[in-house]
Design a protein around this ligand. Structure first.
Ligand code: UDX
Length: 466
């Protein structure tokens, strides 16, 4: 089938490449000529495992092309996927629909044949209905365009796998025939047994925000439990394991630590709150405010604990930060808890040294203050404290004996609960984490300090959300 993918950011680039990979003839469209050039040459403009390979394979095979021209897109196919971003508005919690609206407004008058426009971006419930009116107003006489919503659930770092083998396909449409067409598009996935849920547009839009709200709630729930663990000496990791054995709960998304960030979960729960308020049902989802608050509090707790581990002051201290991206296997630093903590500590005047396997360039742009390193040893040399803030696999492979030889003080704060604390402890490290007691009796510190876990207090670390 011939189709276009409008918007080649994270979602669009992966969707376009995967649609070509399952055999469709795909034209990707973006206003950014630089990005179009990169993609057309088979290069991914961001770090995503597996994407360069399928981009190269499909551009070479001639099944995947890119353009900046919406007119070319209108001419190329009758099926258009809209994958542009819906960021948080700068002045409120709501989603900014400017890009989606611009695509619909731009495309409608260019259509010369009956077409189907399928939105994939995360949007507030009710958007399909308003876009459908908008597109109808822009069409040439005699041309018809249907609009449907088909949300995408891909995770960064697993985007290719999530697109080719999704947990489910959800399509919200009103007109008959839309379902049939999309079943054809996704035929290889359906044949492989992926469940297909055909529904109305409002339900489809809601599935996405509800899923992200649920995941965010799960993370904040376990982080709230981590605070209770800190107050009682209980261990949040064991608690999560024990809870997770209950099949009704499940262990995934119960990893306590620095909390969630990135371009989706934080902005999606805020946009959901804003939309619910517009619909006069804000009270129904007011718990999401607490989910957001608990999440941001983990950043502050981490900074507070770091300060205490350094003897209640960052002044004159050298702090090594392992990880800048919001999660491993990504170079994305949008709303990154790790970078937020690094920023807060750097703002105290401490000497902050950051390492990240893939996110250094983006981190440097977002936060110019700290020193950045491509080598873990360089970042940790002479450190008074090592902060483990993003759980990249390679940090778990660090030899703590070797590392202890180059730091000034062997203290590590594992804010992702991902290091093997027994091994680090045995190598002479003082290991701390959120929601977990000491692995074994604390080794003597040169300065004789007793370190206590802080409770949430003091100024917020993350920028306050409007
Ligand atoms: C998320 C959704 O998972 C995905 O379905 C949706 O399409 C987009 O938003 P993504 O933002 O790529 O995907 O990241 P995800 O893997 O969900 O992690 C989000 C954040 O939660 C990360 O910062 C991660 O470190 C954090 N997290 C995740 C935890 O703190 N604890 C956990 O147990 C799981």
């Amino acid at each position: 089938m011939r189709l276009t993918v409008i918007g080649t950011g994270y979602l669009g680039a992966v969707h376009a490449a995967c649609m070509a990979d399952i055999g469709h003839d795909v034209l990707g469209v973006d206003t950014d000529a630089g990005k179009v050039e990169e993609l057309a040459a088979g290069r991914a403009p961001f770090h995503e495992p597996g994407l360069p390979e399928i981009l190269t394979r499909n551009t070479r095979a001639g099944r995947l092309r890119f353009t900046t021209s919406l007119a070319e897109a209108a001419d190329f196919a009758d099926l258009h996927f809209v994958c542009v971003g819906t960021p948080q508005r700068p002045d409120s919690l709501a989603a900014d629909l400017r890009h989606v609206e611009a695509v619909v407004d731009g495309l409608a008058p260019l259509l010369t044949r009956d077409s189907l426009v399928v939105g994939k971006s995360t949007v507030p419930v009710g958007t399909t209905r308003s876009l459908s009116r908008r597109i109808a107003a822009g069409l040439r006489p005699g041309v018809e365009a249907r609009i449907a919503w088909n949300p995408e659930f891909l995770r960064e770092g697993f985007a290719v796998q999530d697109t080719l083998r999704p947990d489910r396909l959800v399509v919200g449409a009103t007109e008959p025939g839309t379902d049939q067409l999309l079943r054809q598009v996704y035929e290889p996935m359906l044949r492989a047994g992926v469940p297909y849920i055909g529904t109305d547009p409002a339900t489809a839009e809601l599935v996405k925000v509800a899923a992200n709200s649920f995941l965010a709630t799960k993370i904040s729930f376990i982080n709230a439990m981590a605070e209770i663990c800190d107050a009682t000496g209980a261990d949040v990791a064991t608690l999560a394991d024990a809870l997770g054995h209950d099949a009704r709960i499940g262990r995934r998304f119960l990893s306590a630590g620095l909390g969630f960030g990135g371009g989706c979960l934080p902005k999606d729960i805020r946009a959901f709150l804003a939309r619910a308020e517009e619909l006069q049902v804000g009270e129904a989802v007011s718990f999401l405010r607490d989910v957001d608050r608990i999440n941001r509090r983990q950043r502050r707790r981490t900074v507070d604990l770091a300060r205490r581990l350094l003897g209640d002051t960052f002044a004159g201290k050298r702090v090594a930060v392992l990880g800048a991206t919001f999660k491993p296997d990504s170079d994305d630093v949008r709303d990154s808890p790790a970078l937020d903590v690094a920023a807060e500590i750097a703002a105290t005047g401490a000497d902050v040294h950051v390492h990240d396997p893939e996110g250094i360039d983006n981190a440097r742009l977002a936060l110019p203050g700290p020193s950045y390193h491509t080598d873990v040893m360089d970042a940790c040399r002479d450190a008074d404290l090592v902060l483990h803030l993003t759980e990249w696999r390679q940090y778990r492979a660090i030899d703590p004996v070797k590392l202890s030889e180059i730091v000034r003080v062997p203290t590590v704060l594992d804010a992702r609960n991902a290091l093997d604390r027994e091994v680090w402890h045995a190598a002479g490290w003082h290991v701390r984490a959120l929601g977990r007691p000491h692995p074994t009796p604390q080794p003597e510190r040169p300065d004789g300090l007793r370190v206590t876990i802080p409770h949430a207090s003091g100024p917020a670390c993350a920028a306050p959300t409007p």
